[in-house]
Design a protein around this ligand. Structure first.
Ligand SMILES: Nc1ncnc2c1ncn2[C@@H]1O[C@H](COP(=O)(O)OP(=O)(O)O)[C@@H](O)[C@H]1O
Ligand SMILES: [Mg+2]
Length: 254
C-alpha cells in the first residue's frame, strides 16, 4: 500500500445519484440505487461486494459503455460529463483515457498476443511497427515474453488475463478499470500485476479502479468501497493512520 491521495487530489471519476435499471414494467430491476462515489487520482480504489450487487454495471457506467437512468445526477470522468457527451466523442474519449480489463478478457481469438495488445494503439492511429514494439514491451512486463506469437486459445486462463492486462496498459490510459483482474492468477503473477497497477497509481494524474473478491490484494488498496444490493454501504480510506478494517484483513499474497 502506498499512501492515499490527499483530499484535494483531482478526481478520475465523480458519480452522484447514479441510478440504473434493466427491463421495464413488472420485470424492471433496479441494479444501482443512488450511487455516490469519488475515484481519486493517485489511488488504487477497490470495489467489493457479493455477486449480482451491481459492480460490473457500475464499472461499465464509469467506462462509458453503459448509460444510466434518466434523472441520474452526474457521471464525470476527468472532468468530462459522460451523461451529456455524444456517442462518438465517448468512444474517442474512452479509447484515449480508459484501459478496461473485462471479467471475460474479451481477447480477439484470431489475433496473436502482440496483435491483441496492439489494438488500442492502432485505434489511436499509431503505426503497426510502433504499436507492436510497445506491445512487446508490455507483454514482457506481465511475464509473457515467450508467448508473443501465441493466440488466446493456446494460453492458460491466467496467461489470457495477463494479455488483457497488457492491452489495458499499453496506451498508458489515465484510468485503468478492471473487473476481477487477479482472479485467474497465482500469487506470483498476482503480485506482478498489482506492482504494475501501483506504478500507474503512483502518478498524480492516473487512477486504478478494481472490482475484486481477491482478499490477497486488499493490502494494495488506498480506498475500499463495499457494495450491497446496488448501494455503496461502506467506504474505507486505507493509509498509515487508517489501517485496513479488521473484517477485511485476511491472508495477503504469499
Ligand atoms: N444487460 C442486463 N440486462 C438485465 N439485467 C442485467 C444486465 N446486466 C446485469 N443485470 C443484472 O444486474 C444485476 C447486477 O449485475 P452485475 O453488475 O453484473 O453484478 P456483479 O458484477 O456485482 O456480480 C444482476 O442481477 C444482473 O442479473
Ligand atoms: Mg461482475
Amino acid at each position: 500500500m502506498s499512501s492515499s491521495a490527499p483530499p484535494s487530489a483531482p478526481l478520475a471519476a465523480r458519480l452522484r445519484n447514479v441510478n440504473k435499471s434493466f427491463g421495464d414494467g413488472g420485470a424492471r430491476l433496479q441494479v444501482l440505487k443512488a450511487i455516490d462515489l469519488d475515484v481519486r487520482c493517485g489511488d488504487i480504489t477497490m470495489l467489493i461486494g457479493p455477486s449480482g450487487c451491481g459492480k460490473t454495471t457500475l464499472l461499465s457506467i464509469i467506462a462509458g459503455t453503459l448509460g444510466c437512468d434518466e434523472g441520474s445526477g452526474e457521471v464525470t470522468v476527468f472532468g468530462q460529463d459522460l451523461l451529456r457527451m455524444s456517442k462518438g466523442r465517448t468512444t474517442q474519449f474512452r479509447a484515449q483515457s480508459i484501459g478496461f480489463i473485462f471479467q471475460s478478457f474479451n481477447l480477439i481469438p484470431t489475433l496473436t498476443c502482440v496483435e491483441n495488445v496492439s489494438v488500442p494503439l492502432l485505434i489511436q492511429g499509431k503505426s503497426t511497427g510502433f504499436a507492436e514494439k510497445r506491445a512487446r514491451e508490455v507483454l514482457d512486463q506481465v511475464g509473457l515474453a515467450d508467448r508473443m506469437k501465441h493466440r488466446p486459445t493456446q494460453l492458460s486462463g491466467g496467461q489470457q488475463q495477463r494479455v488483457a492486462i497488457a492491452r489495458a496498459l499499453v496506451h498508458e490510459p489515465r484510468l485503468i478499470i478492471c473487473d476481477e483482474p487477479t482472479a485467474a492468477l497465482d500469487a506470483k503473477n498476482g503480485t506482478l500485476v498489482m506492482d504494475l497497477f501501483e506504478k500507474v497509481a503512483r502518478s498524480p494524474e492516473r487512477a486504478v479502479l478494481i472490482v475484486t473478491h481477491d482478499n490477497r490484494i486488499f493490502s494494495h488498496a488506498n480506498r475500499i468501497a463495499s457494495m450491497d444490493d446496488g448501494r455503496i454501504v461502506e467506504l474505507h480510506d486505507v493509509d498509515a493512520s487508517h489501517p485496513l478494517p479488521e473484517h477485511l484483513q485476511h491472508g495477503f499474497h504469499a
